[in-house]
Write a protein that binds this ligand. Structure first.
Ligand code: ZN
Length: 352
């Protein structure tokens, strides 16, 4: 169980499975349960921070890079778009990270949730509620056979692309300042994927997708539009952030955005500098609330995948953000919505 009196947080995005995959440790369960050196999320710190669960992302990674380095790449600004990832490598890493998720469940460290009801149940018994998410579907074939298999295994949320091209669409490069309008939209396979996700009730995540791809999803999808970990472009003009038009399109569908804690997407100067305070986070939340309404805003930390403000540090620092929202006069009902209720409501509408 979490510490008493903490407001629980359900998080739109973390890369903890990647962190564990890259550790190359045979006993990742022990690493997660007893505490992971460095990184942002493990069980002891999750309990201290009121972390109740979230979307646990699988990020397909080049196999060679894992062998050479234990450190995740730090995307820096104005880099060229990352190259396409060969499907065979994507399958290896996607299945490898999904395996870690299920091993953590077998070890009693979390519960893999396939519905909003599962999330509520796991939270009620004090088990981390993990939704299986994939960030970039390079492992999926254009005929979508792998999608059926992953869905049967519990996949309930996916980003069509990470910040690179694939057979389905094109992600934005990490660029500041930049519009997210950086390339072509979805391919025919990408459009078919949107329809298949609607039918299977897999939530589609728009974070990392470029603007033309975003427009394609908006035109095709019958589900609310969701960006699990993106911020406000009018405050930080990064290609990864959402323009006024995109926020308006999300609002029209009753959709939702999770605040990304990555300093490069928070700071007005777009710098990867941990010196970002709680105030800039609250300003993005204020702006998201104005654009989307009280039901449209949550958190999407990017823990274990990004440079986090030193004011937060890691998952144990979540109460500092929650306290800052309360201090800003948000009131307990709105704070609860941002912390966890809105994400559970959105899962109810998208995955059931
Ligand atoms: Zn991401």
């Amino acid at each position: 169980m979490n510490e008493p009196d903490l407001i629980p947080v359900f998080d739109g995005h973390s890369d903890t499975l990647l962190k564990l995959y890259r550790s190359k440790d045979a006993d990742v369960e022990k690493l997660f349960i007893e505490g992971l050196p460095g990184g942002h999320i493990d069980l002891p710190r999750a309990k201290r921070g009121g972390f109740a669960g979230g979307m646990f992302a699988v990020w397909p990674t080049p196999v060679e890079k894992v062998r050479r380095s234990a450190e995740p790449p730090r995307p820096s600004d104005n880099e060229p778009l990352a190259p396409e990832l060969p499907r065979a490598e994507a399958i290896t890493s996607t299945i490898g990270m999904a395996s870690i998720l299920f091993r953590l469940e077998r070890a009693g460290a979390l519960t893999v949730c396939r519905s909003a009801g599962d999330v509520r149940e796991a939270m009620a018994k004090g088990s981390i509620a993990a939704v299986f998410h994939i960030e970039g579907v390079e492992a999926i074939d254009p005929e979508l056979a792998m999608l059926d298999v992953l869905h049967a295994a519990g996949l309930r949320s996916l980003g069509i692309v990470w910040s690179r091209p694939n057979a389905f669409g094109n992600g934005v490069p990490f660029r500041f300042p930049s519009s997210p309008d950086t390339g072509p939209g979805l391919t025919d396979a990408g459009k078919a994927l949107v329809k298949a996700c609607n039918q299977l009730r897999i939530m589609i995540d728009l974070s990392h997708l470029n603007e033309k791809g975003f427009r394609d999803v908006a035109a095709l999808s019958d589900a609310p539009l969701v960006a699990t970990h993106s911020n406000v472009h009018a405050i930080c003009g990064h290609s990864r952030n959402l323009t006024d038009w995109q926020l308006g399109a999300i609002r029209e569908t009753g959709g939702m955005v999770g605040l990304n804690f990555a300093t490069g997407f928070l700071r007005e100067d777009g710098n990867l500098n941990a010196d970002a305070d709680l105030d800039i986070m609250a300003r993005h939340i204020d702006s998201l609330l104005q654009a989307l309404g009280e039901d449209g805003v949550g958190l999407g930390s990017d823990f274990d995948g990004a440079m986090i403000p030193s004011a937060i540090g890691d998952v144990a620092g979540l109460p500092k953000l929650i306290d800052a929202l309360v201090a800003r006069g948000f009131g307990h009902e709105l704070t609860d919505k941002i912390a966890y209720r809105n994400w559970i409501g959105m899962l109810e509408k998208t995955i059931g």
